[in-house]
Design a protein around this ligand. Sequence first.
Ligand code: ATR
Length: 273
Amino acid sequence: VQRYAVIGHPVAHSLSPRIHAAFGRQTGIALEYTAIDAAPEDFDAALAEFAAEGGVGANVTLPHKARASQICTYLSDAAQRAGAVNTLIRTATGWQGDNTDGVGLVRDLTERHGLDLRARRTLLIGAGGAARGIAPSLLDAGIGDLFIVNRTPERADALADALALPGRVHPRYLDDVGSLGNFDLVINATSATRGAALPSLPVNLVAPRGAAVDLSYGEAAVDFLAWARSARAHDCIDGLGMLVEQAAESFHRWHKVRPETDAVYAMLRDRGA
Ligand code: ATR
């Protein structure tokens, strides 16, 4: 049996083992997929131990995505642009790093939710690892102008610089978000959750028929989605679909088979995720 794992901290509540087990059953591929908890200072050792025990592929989640991109002998274009790795593939010469978060998000929005992203005027709230992971794919998918706001403005500037499309990507101050007009797509890529709430957002931020998307799901997405409903967003979408789609993309890279995601998504939804 081939060994796979998700490495994170904390990782106990990760849905990835369930998702990959379900994909394995569906495709008839025997695999073992476990969760490995590793504090930041233990990441390299935990990964080396996993490889020594025969691990051939891993997902990397918070807070290790940037570190993982530094230990790879080869990075995909997506991983290079994101500066972060969520998928590791064992090769004869070391780990190959990829990032499937962005394509996973775009697939969820366009195929599951039927959104046409082309020319959508987009606001990205947050400029950390999650924002960096998805911004290149959104631009590739043909969104219109991308405005980036962040609590720490220097990070919004840095992300905009890294995207290197000055005519299309605009960092702005979070405090000025009310003066930017409205957006066809508003994405919450911050890790602000209940208790450490987002700064208040104006309810006229979402254009008519616009969509609001939180990259997280479950409890962590409750506040932003409540705001999205009060802002009358036409689509209020959490990150569960993106989670399943990025997992399917990783599965495809490891096993060369593309699993069907709708049944797994429905199963997790039914169980209250
Ligand atoms: P991730 O990989 O989840 O993006 P990260 O790199 O630590 O994690 O980035 C967290 C993001 O959430 C950042 O954009 C952060 O803003 P700062 O760059 O100013 O730290 C944002 N964030 C976290 N808590 C927040 C809060 N309470 N209000 C506003 N933004 C918050």
